[in-house]
Design a protein around this ligand. Structure first.
Ligand SMILES: CC(C)(COP(=O)(O)OP(=O)(O)OC[C@H]1O[C@@H](n2cnc3c(N)ncnc32)[C@H](O)[C@@H]1OP(=O)(O)O)[C@@H](O)C(=O)NCCC(=O)NCCS
Length: 240
C-alpha cells in the first residue's frame, strides 16, 4: 500500500469526539509539541515576512562596522542576530505555554467541558489521540460567534485530513447552534496552518502587525528580536 493510500485509510479511520478526562496528557503533549514548532517558525521563517526587521539588523550591522571597523562583525552579527531571535522566540512561546497551562490547558475538563460556552474535541485514531481543537462562544458586534482555538495535530499524523476534520467539527458545531461565524487568530508562519484554514473556507480578514503575544514581556530586546503578525481568519455562517 502506497503512502497516499495509508493516509487515506488513516483519514477514514479517524474519529472526532468530545474530550474525555483521560485524554488530558495526550492533548497537552500534542499542544506542547505544536507550540514548540513555533519557535523556529517565528525565529527564522518569520524573517521573510518582516522586511522592517531585516532593515533594522542591517542598520545594526552597519553601525557596528562603522564603530569597530572589524570584518569579524560582518561575519558574526548574522549568527548573533539569529541566535537572539531563537532565544527570544523560545522565551515568549514558553511564557505563552505557561499562561495556557495555568488557565485552560492545565485543567481541560473544568475549563472546556464543565464551563458553559467552552468545548474541546479530539481526533482519535486506533484508540490514540492524534489531534485537538477547542471552541469558545463569544459575543461581538455581529452576534454570537465562535472562536476556534488550540488546533494541533500530532506530527506523524499530519497531511491525513485530521486538521480538516477538527476544523470541520467546529464549523458544524457553530452552524448547528445558529452562531453567525467562526473566527480565529494565528501567529503561525508555517504554510500548513494558513492552507488548512483557507481550505476550510476561512478568509483572512485582517492582520495585526507587531502583535503582543500573551506571555510576552514587551521588553526592548523582545521588540527587536521577536516580532510577529497576527492573522485574523473568519468564516461567516449566516444564512442569506
Ligand atoms: C496546521 C495543522 C493543524 C494542519 O493539520 P493537518 O492534519 O496536517 O491538516 P490536513 O491534513 O487536514 O490538511 C489541510 C490542508 O492543509 C494542507 N497542508 C497540511 N500540511 C501542510 C504543509 N506542511 N504545507 C502546506 N500545506 C499543508 C493540506 O495539503 C490540506 O490542503 P489540501 O486539502 O488543499 O491539500 C498541523 O500542521 C499542526 O498541528 N501544526 C502545528 C500547530 C499549528 O501550527 N497549529 C495551528 C496554529 S493556529
Amino acid at each position: 500500500m502506497g503512502e497516499k493510500d495509508t493516509k487515506k485509510e488513516q483519514n477514514t479511520q479517524t474519529v472526532v469526539r468530545e474530550f474525555e478526562p483521560a485524554d488530558q496528557p495526550a492533548v497537552q503533549q500534542i499542544f506542547y509539541e505544536g507550540l514548540m514548532e513555533m519557535v523556529p517558525d517565528t525565529a527564522f521563517r518569520a524573517l521573510r515576512h518582516h522586511p522592517e526587521s531585516v532593515l533594522l539588523y542591517t542598520a545594526m550591522t552597519v553601525i557596528c562596522f562603522t564603530v569597530t571597523m572589524s570584518w569579524w562583525v560582518i561575519g558574526l552579527l548574522p549568527v548573533i542576530v539569529l541566535s537572539l531571535r531563537y532565544f527570544y522566540s523560545r522565551r515568549v512561546i514558553h511564557g505563552y505555554l505557561r499562561k495556557a497551562m495555568s488557565t485552560d490547558m492545565g485543567d481541560i475538563e473544568r475549563f472546556y467541558m464543565k464551563s458553559p460556552g467552552s468545548y474541546m474535541w479530539v481526533a482519535v485514531l486506533q484508540g490514540r489521540v492524534v489531534g485537538v481543537v477547542a471552541a469558545l462562544i463569544q459575543q461581538d458586534e455581529s452576534g454570537v460567534v465562535v472562536e476556534l482555538q488550540r488546533m494541533s495535530v500530532a506530527r506523524n499524523h499530519r497531511h491525513c485530513g485530521v486538521g480538516s476534520a477538527l476544523g470541520q467539527k467546529v464549523i458544524e458545531f457553530a452552524a448547528s447552534h445558529g452562531y453567525s461565524s467562526v473566527f480565529l487568530g494565528t501567529t503561525a508562519y508555517n504554510p500548513a496552518a494558513h492552507r488548512l484554514y483557507q481550505r476550510l473556507g476561512f478568509r483572512c480578514v485582517g492582520v495585526t502587525n507587531g502583535y503582543v503575544t500573551p506571555g510576552a514581556t514587551q521588553s526592548l530586546m523582545e521588540w527587536i528580536f521577536y516580532r510577529v503578525s497576527h492573522h485574523h481568519y473568519r468564516i461567516n455562517l449566516s444564512k442569506n
